[in-house]
Design a binder for this molecule. Structure first.
Ligand code: PBG
Ligand code: ZN
Length: 301
């Protein structure tokens, strides 16, 4: 009766990896309990999620072909496009798709290279094409995660121009250059082959900069803003909550999942560590949380 915050399955989003190269679901080494699904296994897996009480998913794809320019990211029969169609046909889940290029480029960076640097503006053109192809496949919402300047405005334009003005944008607004993404890069096969992402992701030492990034995204038309990672950045979530009235999503990333999951599996932490940590993200002010524990929590609440 006096609890000020709680975990509601309606507010949880389950990330899903779909692998075009796999014949059957493959366990993700760095994330115990998480599998890369295949196009064939996806319908059953979605059924299992729905059964658990999951309402929303965030799709990531692992394509069979990668090239310099990440062209497999916007093909009509691409892995995410196909997965969107399956999810829309087979379920009533809210289908969100991560929009980036690091899984599709041969070099693993989130955009198109010019020499050793990611070229912000030519990357936007590709993001626009990805957004349109996701929308054509029936996605409910796109979630651009590449942290290119101006990406939200550019994608909004592209969607509007192609008649998809009703597709909202969940913007990865304050995304830090974090070591916490390590397990994900193994899951999604998106480790940069050289350098790092510090020229486009945020400096973990900064807080005010996050508010500037969020303000930009809202000005460009973001419908939902995001802070990522979550647990080491609860102060940023809290500050964003005080500063903005837009819905805030927090992404409790792969490293957060693996740390807690491994400690619980080993018996070093009680399973309530899972509820406690995800609840703390809501307490900090998040409206919704993307977490690899979404299935577990929805089932066990
Ligand atoms: C792609 C992307 C990443 C994550 C979500 N989208 C990885 C990265 O930026 O390297 C991380 C998610 C996680 O760690 O769970 N840009
Ligand atoms: Zn990326």
């Amino acid at each position: 009766m006096i609890a000020e915050s709680h975990i509601d399955p309606n507010k949880l989003i389950m990330p899903i990896f779909v692998d075009e190269t796999a014949k059957k679901p493959v366990p993700v080494q760095s994330m115990p309990g998480i599998y890369r699904q295949t196009v064939e296994s996806l319908p059953d897996y979605l059924g299992q999620l729905v059964e658990s009480g999951v309402k929303s998913i965030l799709l990531f794809g692992i394509p069979s072909e990668k090239d310099e320019k990440g062209t497999s990211a916007y093909q009509e029969d691409g892995i995410v496009q196909e997965s969107i169609r399956i999810a829309r046909k087979e379920s009533k889940l809210t289908v969100i798709a991560d929009l980036c290029m690091c899984e599709y480029t041969s070099h693993g960076h989130c955009g198109i290279l010019n020499g050793e640097d990611v070229d912000n503006d030519s990357t936007l053109e590709s993001y626009g094409m990805i957004a349109q192809s996701y929308a054509k496949s029936g996605v409910h919402m796109v979630a651009p995660s590449g942290m290119m300047d101006g990406q939200v405005g550019f994608i909004r334009e592209s969607l509007d121009r192609s008649g998809f003005h009703n597709i909202p944008i969940m913007a990865y607004s304050a995304k830090y250059a974090s070591a916490m993404y390590g397990p994900f890069r193994n899951a999604a096969d998106s480790t940069p082959s050289f350098g790092d992402r510090r020229t486009y992701q945020m400096d973990p030492r900064n807080s005010r900069e996050a508010m500037v990034e969020i303000a930009h995204d809202l000005n460009e038309g973001a419908d939902i803003i995001m802070v990522k990672p979550a647990l080491p950045y609860l102060d940023i979530i809290s500050k964003a909550r005080e500063s903005f009235d837009a819905p805030i999503a927090a992404y409790s990333v792969s490293g957060e999942y693996t740390m807690i999951k491994m400690a619980v599996d080993q018996g070093f932490l009680a399973p309530s560590a899972i509820d406690e940590s995800i609840n703390s993200i809501f307490r900090a002010g998040a409206d919704m949380v993307i977490t690899y524990f979404a299935e577990y929590l929805s089932k066990n609440l």
